[in-house]
Design a protein around this ligand. Structure first.
Ligand code: RP5
Length: 163
């Protein structure tokens, strides 16, 4: 089966967080193509991968980067498919990732990046699933079940009772 979501991150140091996007997508039955490519270190390889991924059927891109986090914006400049940005706390982060959050979210008009909270790769995956589920009823059903499981986990937690 062809990958429907492309996940890209700027450095191997991003992988411990970005692997949660991969796990969440695969857990919901969505095939993923995951790469380490950088807007700054490998700009031409990044462009080639985005163009080729689109050709192979990738419909949504998830991009994780820290510090001067231009990766999601660079991908959004190449493709018209939805791009979701995950700001990360880099080893040299300023203000616990606020640098990456602003670098990812502050896009110019006309080139949007849907930006999730700092380090929240799981939410990026769930947003990608919600987009794909618009045209995939089986996936929409699995997403609804995921939400129902989450609701049950909160309500059935015995430590949740205060009275
Ligand atoms: C960004 O710079 C990467 O996404 C990473 O979060 C940060 C630091 O990268 P390394 O210097 O650890 O490779 O491009």
């Amino acid at each position: 089966m062809n990958a429907l979501v492309g996940i890209v991150m700027g450095s191997r140091s991003d992988e411990p967080v970005m692997k949660h996007a991969d796990e969440t997508l695969r857990g919901l039955g969505v095939e993923v193509d995951m790469r380490i490519l950088s807007a700054h270190r490998t700009p031409e390889a990044l462009r080639d991968w985005v163009v080729e991924a689109e050709r192979r059927g990738v419909r949504v891109f998830i991009c994780g980067a820290g510090a001067a986090a231009h990766l999601a914006g660079a991908v959004a400049a190449i493709t018209t498919r939805p791009v979701i940005g995950v700001p990360l706390v880099a080893p040299n982060a300023v203000a616990n990732g606020l640098d990456a959050l602003l670098s990812t979210v502050q896009m110019p008009r006309g080139i949007p990046v849907a930006t999730v909270a700092i380090g929240n790769a799981e939410n990026a995956a769930l947003l990608a699933v919600a987009i794909l589920a618009l045209s995939d009823p089986a996936l929409a059903g699995r997403l609804a079940e995921y939400r129902a499981d989450q609701t049950r986990a909160v309500l059935d937690d015995p430590s949740n009772a205060t009275g």
